[in-house]
Design a protein around this ligand. Structure first.
Ligand code: IDP
Ligand code: MG
Length: 154
């Protein structure tokens, strides 16, 4: 990986799965140039949800968030690319879709702060922890795409 290459953990949340938006969301991230290094479907249980969202456990929306994220299947992905953490979050848009810029995933496809379709790690450190939480090292593939020189200089 070159110096600015990062990995980030993305979850396509239960609302997106139920609404048939797995494809459109992956298309946007893939079209941005990000590489899918790992991907699977799963359903989180309460314990996993409480751990994944542990930073929010004192917030008033925590219980509702745990219920929502465990309410159905999700897709977990590790994405790789230059500045992947920020690039992914900017492609997602602001947490509250009502305030998210048009052109972003949340700004184009959602309206409600809880049902905001997608999770993305908020820093490289969080990304490393979250990736290790969802994937075994052997599930994260190291490969080169022949299009790489058309996406990035390095
Ligand atoms: P992020 O997903 O943009 O990083 P966080 O602040 O980390 O946003 O919040 C985690 C998740 O909790 C959000 O994606 C959203 O689903 C939910 N959430 C955040 N703030 C609220 C709120 O005020 N009411 C209800 N749900 C919220
Ligand atoms: Mg967050």
């Amino acid at each position: 990986m070159s110096a600015d290459t990062q990995q980030t953990l993305v979850l396509i949340k239960p609302d997106a799965v139920q609404r048939g938006l797995i494809g459109p969301i992956i298309t946007r991230l893939e079209a941005r140039g990000l590489k899918i290094a790992a991907m699977k479907t799963l359903r989180m249980d309460g314990e996993m949800a409480a751990r994944h969202y542990g930073a929010h456990k004192e917030r008033p929306f925590f219980q509702g968030l745990v219920e929502f994220i465990t309410s159905g299947p999700i897709v977990a992905m590790t994405l790789e690319g230059p500045n992947a953490v920020d690039v992914t979050r900017r492609t997602m848009g602001s947490t509250n879709p009502a305030e998210a810029a048009p052109g972003t995933i949340r700004g184009d496809l959602a309206v409600d702060v809880l049902h905001n379709l997608i999770h993305g790690s908020d820093s490289p450190e969080t990304a490393a922890k979250e990736t290790a939480f969802f994937f075994n090292p052997g599930e994260i593939l190291d490969y080169t795409r022949s299009i790489e020189p058309w996406i990035t200089e390095s």
